[in-house]
Design a protein around this ligand. Sequence first.
Ligand code: PGA
Length: 252
Amino acid sequence: MNSDANPNDHRPKIMISDSPPGVSDRVSRLIADALSENPSLVIGLATGGSPVGTYRRLVNLHRTQGLDFSQATTFNLDEYVGLAEDHPQSFRWYMQQNLFEHIEIDPVRTNFLDSMASDIAETASQYEQAITDAGGIDLQLLGIGSNGHIAFNEPSSPVDCRTREVRLSDQTIQSNSRFFDSIDDVPKSAITMGIGTILEARKIVLLATGENKAKAVAAAVNGTISSDCPASLLRTHGDVIFVIDRAAASLL
Ligand code: PGA
């Protein structure tokens, strides 16, 4: 499928920076501009290695220019099942360490999936409701897996899937084992916003750096729109920006 043949194939806007710090600069600037325009912005947040530099710059903008998060609402994309919120690899912990502890944000307005809940399906449906009640997500930040996943929606996830529990692919477990002492410590499942949930965000910013993302980025931008590469499904959305470095762009 290419953009000429299919009017529903919206090519994402692509911004290429020389290096990862350039990506962090651009993405933090996009978020800061959106927040300055709308202090009550509802932001969907991603974790992982890719956005760490972006969060560092947002903290810096808060400190040096007074970037104000006090009215913002956040929803994190996903969480490992079975990690307590103070586990150093839980995404709640990650957000505390990388962003929330350093800015002034109302904890009541920071939303996480409770992956320790006894009824995960109920937690998932409450999360969807909370997003709706907040008026929907204005700006969704996304990473991309080397297998093309977005959040923990692994290849073959349906385009209309919603927040739910998923099993992680071997490739994702392998890739995320770098954050754990051993691969056996990586949780085998997670709770994640669905692709349908993500596609309802008004604007989506995907960031990717490094050569190991180049294949997934190329498949997402130029490949067939298909669940085989969940990130390619972003082309059914009209307002997506890919902010990537030269290495991640090397196969475009
Ligand atoms: P990474 O993960 O930022 O740690 O590479 C991205 C993802 O898996 O979505």
